[in-house]
Design a binder for this molecule. Sequence first.
Ligand SMILES: NC(=O)N[C@@H](O)C(=O)O
Ligand code: NI
Length: 163
Amino acid sequence: MSAPRVIQSQPLTRAAFAPFGDVIETNGAASFPINAGRTERFHALAAVETLGEDADAIISIFRGQPLEPLLIDLMERHPKGSQAFMPIGNEPYWVVVAPPGEFDPARVQVFYAKPGQGVNYHAGTWHAPLLPVNRDADFLVVDRRGPGDNCDTVDLAPPVRPE
Ligand SMILES: NC(=O)N[C@@H](O)C(=O)O
Ligand code: NI
């Protein structure tokens, strides 16, 4: 395997992540009271895309493992639907993305997602598969179920090492 390309991570913010999808967090989000004021609703932080006939949205739990050695050599995209990851515990994770369209390795960016921060990849956004930083971690995942192939992959060479 060729020498890795180290990419410095950046904080996950709505503005920086906008070309790739949505950040699902309460920080900086509007809310309104419901349930007679006993609950705050942080409404519509992201929308679910399920393109094509007979497609629907499903909710799963992914138990992800860190990658050792931390070398990302594959990226994927889901052209027919969005994919959201919300950490269930308190573990940070790497978010490695590139804009939709033809994959351009020069446009790969790395975000460091803190506990409490979820992401919703828009349909077609290139991303590395789920990648906790330190230890196994569970995530609530909302994505598309439906006909047709919804996962394109591309090799990443040289591999990327987030930092
Ligand atoms: N394959 C699968 O369901 N998971 C990936 O899409 C991922 O982004 O982790
Ligand atoms: Ni995915």
